[in-house]
Design a protein around this ligand. Structure first.
Ligand code: GLC
Length: 425
């Protein structure tokens, strides 16, 4: 913040001097804060270039840690302090209810643009009638699998978690015996952070164990199916997944996968384009499928993710900031993100775009997966979502680390969530 303050101050000071000398200064420097995975920081420069050229403004990206949990903590501090250094925040789909008060209402400004997006996404960013952010991409994870290895061992793409467990173990054992000592069966995100909430919601929901807190606000997590799901996953740690998976976020999983050291990976679509990059050991060797089902249940579950852009109420450059968020949520920027970074568009029309389909075949295929994706309970738990999620991922992390059984930890979690809820969410 000190550096930024200094810089913002300098910009303001120079601006003031120039305006005294030559009238109003039109060009603005917009500070854009965002987390980043993959090549996001590099790609962002070319993404905003057309807007910079068209408006004469510039955008400076302030990169955040990759963990959405760490970003949230930092954003909350800045916003609570009313910091004017940051003009535009890139926000996770789950944050709208918690941060709504700090952002400009985009309802009027985006009234023509909003109907071009999937209605459910606009709805997720609308809090008490206020449109707090505009979507730039949506997210729904995939099961990445090595086509070459499944073919070599005559295995189908697993439809259930139980089948995945067996296939992963068999291929891992056989490949290790043949000298591939570093190969693991399955990598995913087991660190104690928001990403584990996403993974664990998928296990629980696909085992028929509900979605932690149901849309009507009922706390449902303490049930046998949820416990069975977590016990199943506990069995992966140290067998088909490295012990270290309990510290993995998205990029660590992708690192193992993209160097050719995993049979299966759970990750978001951004890993698709990168996996097919020239520097990837798995280029052309993999495909994606929906995540498996488990425990005899018949529907798979993908957690709904996605990112949005919001204008800070404390920004002194709101006009330029609003113009930037309209651009980033618009068709030109979303298409570039799709083609270059395999991010799923939120603009409905882009799912019929031939250039996107040719560059990133996952995108048209993933429309259905995303439309059926399971939201985390950020809407029913309102301002308390982060606390709820933190309790959930901690209970899961404890279970996977061997501290208490799934049944015990979920029972305790229910008590904690009931306490957080109080008389109402
Ligand atoms: C992805 C999702 C986001 C989620 C995060 C968890 O970035 O888009 O919604 O919270 O992963 O790590």
């Amino acid at each position: 913040m000190t550096r930024l303050n200094g810089r913002a101050w300098r910009t303001a000071a120079i601006g003031a001097i120039v305006s005294v000398l030559s009238g109003p200064v039109l060009a603005e420097e917009i500070f854009y804060v965002s987390g980043a995975v993959g090549n996001a920081v590099e790609d962002f420069k070319s993404l905003v270039k057309p807007w910079e050229e068209a408006t004469g403004n510039t955008v400076t990206m302030v990169p955040m840690p990759a963990s959405t949990t760490d970003q949230f903590g930092q954003y909350r501090l800045w916003l609570a302090a009313g910091a004017s250094d940051i003009d535009v925040y890139q926000t996770d789909v789950i944050w709208a209810p918690q941060l709504a008060d700090h952002f400009v209402d985009l309802t009027e400004i985006a009234k023509d643009a909003a109907p071009q997006h999937f209605p459910s996404i606009i709805e997720s960013q609308t809090v008490n009638g206020k449109l707090v952010a505009l979507p730039v991409f949506t997210d729904a994870p995939a099961l990445y699998y090595r086509k070459d290895l499944l073919e070599k061992y005559g295995k189908p793409v697993p439809a259930t978690w139980e089948e995945l467990t067996i296939t992963a173990q068999e291929i891992q054992d056989a490949e290790r015996a043949a000298g591939k000592a570093d190969l693991w069966g399955f990598v995913w995100q087991g660190n104690a952070y928001e990403g584990l909430t996403c993974n664990a919601l998928e296990w629980v929901k696909s085992f028929g164990g509900g979605q932690i807190v149901e849309p009507d606000g009922t706390i449902s997590i303490n049930n046998e199916k949820a416990a069975l799901a977590l016990d199943t996953v506990k069995g992966w740690v140290g067998t088909i997944s490295p012990e270290g998976v309990l510290a993995y976020q998205e990029e660590e999983a992708r690192g193992v996968w993209q160097t050719g050291n995993a049979v299966f990976m759970r990750n978001w679509p951004y890993a698709y384009g990168l996996g097919n990059g020239d520097d990837s050991a798995v280029k052309g060797l993999f495909d994606v499928a929906p995540l498996p089902t488990g425990g005899g249940s018949d529907s798979s579950a993908a957690t709904l993710g996605g990112w949005n852009v919001a204008v800070s109420k404390y920004s002194t450059k709101q006009e330029a900031a609003i113009s930037l968020v309209l651009f980033l949520a618009g068709p030109e920027a979303q298409k570039e993100r799709a083609v270059k970074s395999s991010n799923l568009p939120t603009l409905m029309a882009l799912y019929d775009d031939p250039d996107i389909a040719a560059a990133q075949p996952i995108i048209p295929r993933w429309k259905e997966v995303f439309l059926q994706a399971v939201p985390r309970p950020s809407a029913p738990t309102k301002g308390k979502y982060n606390e709820v999620s933190a309790k959930f991922w901690s209970a899961v992390h404890q279970t996977l680390s061997g501290n208490g059984s799934a049944a015990e930890n979920l029972e305790l979690l229910e008590v904690e969530l009931t306490d957080i809820k109080g008389s109402e969410w």
